[in-house]
Ligand binder design. Sequence first.
Ligand code: P5A
Length: 465
Amino acid sequence: KNSKRKDWKETLYERKFSKDIKNMYLSKLFIPLLKENPSEAKIKSHQLMLRTGMIKQSSTGIYSWLPLGFKIMKKIEQIVREEQNKIGAQELLMPTIQSADIWKESGRYDDYGEEMLRIKDRQGKEMLYGPTNEELITEIFRASVKSYKSLPQLLYHIQWKFRDELRPRFGVMRCKEFFMKDAYSFDVSDQEARRSYNKMFFAYLNTFKRLGLTAIPMAADTGPIGGDLSHEFIILADTGESKIYSDKRIFEIDINKHNSEDNSIKDLRKKYDDFYAVTDDKFKKEDFEKKVKKENQLVTKGIEVGHIFYFGDKYSKPLNCTVDTKEGKKVDVKMGSYGIGVSRLVAAIIEAKFDDNIMRWPESVSPFDVAIIPSLQKKDKSNYLKAEKIYNFLIKNKIDVLFDDTDEHLSAKFKKFDLIGIPYQIILGSKSTDDKIEFKEINGKTDSLSLEEIKNKLLNKRNLN
Ligand code: P5A
């Protein structure tokens, strides 16, 4: 009786499993590719995101994320999350809709102006769609934390924000509704707070590195967030909206030489701060020319992918968020806030990596680890079966694989995959035999490998990320 029961369970499991894994057959996926570059898109990332069916505009500056784009964004989000957790930040989730009351308390309700989307509920109560969360997190914090003993604290969430941008443009790069990781630090003194700031600074460098980006922290204005210490994390791109002035040697700083010890991070920050690197609004011609030799001057454009702020008691004071110190005094909590544009990063990575019309996802965020591209033109049954076998084998080894089971011509398939940008391809055409399979790096070299070798290569690559 027992063995019968097991059979029944196993069969059910296998059925469920095989149903799931067929999901990654291209003919079954919802990836609405466009044949032409959409005319409304001015920059490459926006064109490619629309062409490959990653996003669809729903109204000005507001986008739906379709399966391919969503999958990539989720991978980016997960890396951001892991690096936050590594420095001891704790994840929570605040709502998108906030009450106007706390914004009136902080004094920002009027200051924020037309960028804030204001709404009323049925009782006529003033609400808003959160553009950022300094007030709300302060309110949460002040309700429970009363003593220096509970500090420091680092809290973050990854949540949609809304800013009614005057000129939304470049797709998800500057839009109205976007996905942001925002973290907030709470400390008892200015000195401790700067330590939290440095920790976050370190986490940001590591995050962007894992995303395959070189992001440089640059001194920046603080705008509506406030405070006097702030860095924008900028990646170089011609289409970027930030004009930057820097000493180009800042790009050579090696973050791998540093670890998460307070002093090591402090040294690292000093290395960055010692080189001149500023955004437009902090630029002073005399300083630049005095501090940076002609041959090291770099004036170019970049994309802001993150921004960190230290503003001390700007919110804790008006919102009356105090703690008792060791000496029994009451002090306003010292706070900072730290943002990463998770949805903007999807576009920023494309801008930084594309090559001709070829997208190049870094392995860490690629929507799939590998694509199987068989020639199936003449309804080639043997190639189809071979591809399916490879597919099942890779899936069982937890490799995320996309199987192009359509019967398009191979050259059409290649064009499509160049567009999508999966880093590796298994090609079943004239060059593949039963035990040697054509394995190609996108826009790179081709190998002839056994299935076992392919599996090991893909798993090794993943472990490196
Ligand atoms: C820091 C976290 C803040 O809002 N408060 C909480 C602070 N900073 S910020 O610089 O204004 O935004 C943080 C990051 O969000 C991205 N971003 C955007 N992405 C797409 N469209 C927009 N309109 C937009 N505005 C901001 C950027 O990556 C920015 O660095």
